[in-house]
Write a protein that binds this ligand. Structure first.
Ligand code: KG4
Ligand code: ZN
Length: 341
């Protein structure tokens, strides 16, 4: 079964063709990073306009690169939520029209369930059930993933998403956008133990990054006792700030994942979302899981960040909800436990 997937929930216009849930025939991603860079974050109006401009060419490219013709597409899948309403609507409207014109079923997918499937579809050993850590620019979710469509949330963030924290600290420090990859690179030259930023209070399975953010800001302004030096922050110190901030994020996330492993008794962890590209998270999680006798899986970076291959792959598990009504709407606030429709 060849499914054409479409993804426009945030700032990537993406289309892909996937056979039988796993075999990626094409995976085309048009990132809008350059358009949002100067604002230090995604501007919703700019995102939906850019999706509108790009979607037709991206879908055609995905079909061309798959080596198939439009007449060999068996179903169209689209992210219907969660995400930015205006961005989702571009993909959903396009998918309604395309599925109708090809006379094939339309399958609505949950972006968060698709991120989880991205881990399993990239690695046959990453089988359900597992503890899922979904960390992106918009989400931080700890969950028990029992199957592609049965995911029980265990905890989340009470303020910023992990990726948002990277992006905001990077913006504040003047490092650039998006912050995650930049801080990851800088941190390689810094000392992760140089500054003991606080991990925040005990929120059970939830996390908060606002205290950490404030602490980094106070440090740079010389407020409080954390900074022992005086004078301007040096370039070398910036590397230590990046490394120490990143290390604190890793420790906050690991703390909850360890709790989730203990409470569920599961022996596997899968990570997904843009922040799962982070090299320190990959290293530390792999080391700590090995010590605990737990399997740890990360999709390749291209499958961690937003893409349509995970949408087309996920839709394979949702064939019973395929429709020929072609009146799908966007669901901006869809939770990870909900199947669209
Ligand atoms: O999954 P994604 O592409 O889009 C959302 O659905 O949000 O994730 C983007 C986020 C951004 O916040 C970006 O800074 C972060 O993922 N990110 C990283 C890394 N690469 C991307 N964060 C930490 N380390 C990285 N290497
Ligand atoms: Zn995403």
């Amino acid at each position: 079964m060849n499914i054409l997937g479409i993804e426009t929930s945030c700032d990537e216009t993406a289309a892909a063709v996937v056979r039988d849930g796993r075999t990626i025939l094409s995976n085309v991603i048009n990132s809008q990073i350059k358009l949002h860079e100067k604002y230090g974050g995604v501007v919703p109006e700019i995102a939906s306009k850019a999706h509108t401009d790009a979607i037709d060419a991206i879908v055609k490219k995905a079909v061309l690169e798959s080596g198939l013709g439009f007449d060999e597409i068996d179903a169209v899948a689209v992210t219907s939520g969660p995400g930015l309403a205006g961005s989702l609507l571009v993909g959903v409207s396009y998918a309604n029209a395309l599925a109708w014109s090809l006379d094939v079923p339309l399958i609505a997918t949950n972006h968060l369930q698709a991120h989880s499937w991205a881990a399993s579809m990239s690695d046959e050993k990453a089988t359900y059930p597992y503890v899922l850590l979904l960390v992106s620019g918009g989400h931080t979710i700890f969950a028990e993933a029992k199957s592609p469509t049965d995911i029980r949330p265990l905890g989340t963030t009470i303020d910023d998403a992990a990726g948002e924290a990277f992006d905001k600290i990077s913006k504040y420090m003047g490092f650039g956008y998006p912050g995650g990859p930049i801080i990851d690179k800088m941190a390689k030259q810094g000392n992760p133990k140089a500054i003991r930023f606080p991990k925040g209070k005990d929120l059970g399975m939830d996390v908060s990054f606002s205290g950490l953010k404030t602490s980094v800001m106070y440090y740079t302004r010389g407020i409080g006792k954390l900074r022992t030096r005086t004078g301007e922050i040096t370039e070398e110190e910036k590397l230590d700030i990046a490394a120490s901030f990143q290390e604190t994020v890793v420790n906050i996330l690991w703390d909850r994942v360890k709790k989730a492993l203990n409470t569920t008794g599961l022996k596997r962890v899968c990570l997904s979302g843009g922040v799962a590209c982070n090299s320190r998270i990959r290293l530390k999680f792999a080391q700590r899981c090995e010590k605990m006798g737990v399997d740890c899986h990360f999709p390749p970076p291209v499958m961690c960040t937003d893409n349509a291959a995970m949408v087309a792959g996920m839709a394979f598990h949702l064939q019973q909800s395929a429709t020929r009504d072609y009146d799908l709407n966007a669901s901006p606030n869809l939770g990870i436990e909900s199947c669209p429709r």
